[in-house]
Design a protein around this ligand. Structure first.
Ligand SMILES: *[C@@H]1O[C@H](CO)[C@@H](O)[C@H](O)[C@H]1NC(C)=O
Ligand SMILES: *[C@@H]1O[C@H](CO)[C@@H](O)[C@H](O)[C@H]1NC(C)=O
Ligand SMILES: *[C@@H]1O[C@H](CO)[C@@H](O)[C@H](O)[C@H]1NC(C)=O
Ligand SMILES: *[C@@H]1O[C@H](CO)[C@@H](O)[C@H](O)[C@H]1NC(C)=O
Ligand SMILES: *[C@@H]1O[C@H](CO)[C@@H](O)[C@H](O)[C@H]1NC(C)=O
Ligand SMILES: *[C@@H]1O[C@H](CO)[C@@H](O)[C@H](O)[C@H]1NC(C)=O
Length: 383
């Protein structure tokens, strides 16, 4: 929409702070669109989700490298609800055995994931409509206020916001949160799924031919069959199933033919590939800690983050029922098949509230007078 682009550019120049009621609504397609040289991103209030991310491929064509739906009204209805490119909260990932202990008291949380708690429970933030509180040509801010106990025993109100901004082929993500009333578990992530071929590679829709490099991640958390960390921290031998550190040109699927790959992410053999946590250790300040790339499209994506590790999930539970977007793929009939994408989620150690031996508790509990901060960026370029 031409007029809204002009209006947004004017807003950015004026750098005015608007009241809620003055912020323009989304475009006719239901999305808020922001852009900067080399990059364009679109968002919806549901889950504060990214719906589309356009970057340039090796032929100079803009391609959409993240998963999502054409119809923005489908996100809340989607029975599969893969937490598409949204912000889960207030405590992401699993809480082991659906309980945690804080200041000497044990709290039961909702058992919504085979005996554990996933993404906090009923009022998880990826299922909520966030408020848009600021908008400019190259940035957007969403905010959420989460009432005490809105998910079982997540006590005390939490006020959080995420600002997405674009600069020169880079997507910046910055979150802050406060818990003014109570000490509470608080741990956030941005849960984006990538396929850097935009499903246009005629050779394969699968993610395994992408390369993946985590140069500061020799160690990872051992997990049980329910993807819950056992407490053990393991080191991946070069060339082994969970090695992405030993070389910069390892294929994501380099271990595809090794014994154990089919059940490497648990579910008694049913989860193929990856759904685990890699520690980022001894990375120089501002170093890229993850590089995902595809020779087919020529697109390279690099993550920088304040977080001490990342979850890698290789889409084993995508069952082929979800459609791809019309700007992706080779035909309209194409679906999101198993192992055709990867979610890369910078976050603190999963279930760290139940593992004091990891020394992460002070980062995962926030209370009055404190501010939780989370920052990451994805920079796109060519291989
Ligand atoms: C998240 O919240 C929604 C809405 O309350 C609920 O339907 C869904 O089951 C919750 N998800 C999980 C993983 O608990
Ligand atoms: C959005 O703002 C309104 C008005 O301040 C508030 O009532 C509502 O709870 C907010 N929504 C969220 C998700 O925080
Ligand atoms: C939290 O909500 C549950 C119902 O989901 C209720 O049983 C419990 O008493 C509440 N706890 C507090 C501290 O309000
Ligand atoms: C934009 O990014 C490209 C590629 O990383 C770099 O060569 C260029 O200097 C950057 N331009 C600005 C204005 O930062
Ligand atoms: C795995 O085996 C298939 C044939 O079964 C082969 O095409 C593929 O290149 C092998 N992949 C790796 C990473 O060794
Ligand atoms: C936690 O701190 C203790 C004491 O400093 C140290 O021995 C241990 O290695 C730390 N654990 C981790 C996972 O860093």
């Amino acid at each position: 929409m031409k007029c809204s682009a002009v209006f947004l550019a004017a807003l950015a120049r004026a750098a005015v702070v608007l009241g809620d009621s003055e912020i323009p609504g989304p475009g006719a397609d239901g999305r808020y669109t922001i852009s900067a040289p080399g990059i364009k991103a679109q968002f919806i209030p549901y889950g504060a989700s990214l719906t589309n991310l356009f970057v340039s491929d090796k032929n100079g064509k803009d391609i959409d490298v993240v998963l999502g739906y054409d119809d923005t009204t489908y996100y809340p209805k989607d029975p599969g609800h893969p937490v598409y490119n949204s912000i889960p909260g207030r405590y992401v990932n699993r809480i082991g055995h659906a309980q945690y202990t804080l200041d000497g008291k044990t709290y039961k949380t909702e058992d919504n994931d085979g005996g554990n708690t996933l993404h906090s429970g009923t009022n998880n933030w990826s299922f909520r409509f966030w408020n848009v509180t600021a908008l400019a040509a190259d940035s957007i801010t969403f905010a959420i206020s989460d009432a005490s106990n809105s998910s079982l025993n997540m006590l005390g109100r939490v006020d959080a916001s995420v600002t997405y901004s674009l600069t020169n082929s880079t997507w910046n993500i910055k979150m802050t949160a406060t818990a003014p009333d109570n000490r509470t578990p608080l741990m956030l992530t941005q849960h984006t799924y990538f396929n850097l071929d935009a499903y246009k590679n005629p050779a394969t829709p699968l993610i395994w031919d992408h390369t993946l490099s985590l140069p500061y991640s020799k160690r990872y958390l051992e997990a049980d069959q329910g993807a819950l960390p056992t407490g053990k921290i393991l080191t991946a031998a070069p060339g082994s199933l969970n090695d992405f550190a030993s070389a910069s040109n390892l294929k994501f699927g380099h271990a595809r033919n090794l014994t154990g790959f089919a059940g490497n992410c648990g579910a008694n053999g049913a989860c193929e590939g990856y759904n685990g946590y890699w520690l980022v250790e001894d990375a120089p300040k501002d170093a890229a800690v993850v590089t995902l790339a595809s020779a087919f499209s020529g697109v390279k994506a690099q993550l920088r983050t304040t977080q001490p590790g990342v979850v890698l999930y290789s889409c084993s539970w995508m069952d082929g029922s979800a459609p791809i977007k019309s700007d992706q793929g080779l035909s309209a009939a194409q679906k999101v098949v198993k192992s055709s994408c990867v979610a890369i989620e910078a976050q603190d150690y999963p279930d760290g509230i139940n593992h004091p031996e990891w020394n992460r508790t002070s980062y995962q509990i926030t209370g009055p007078g404190q501010t939780y901060n989370w920052e990451s960026s994805w920079t796109f370029g060519l291989v």
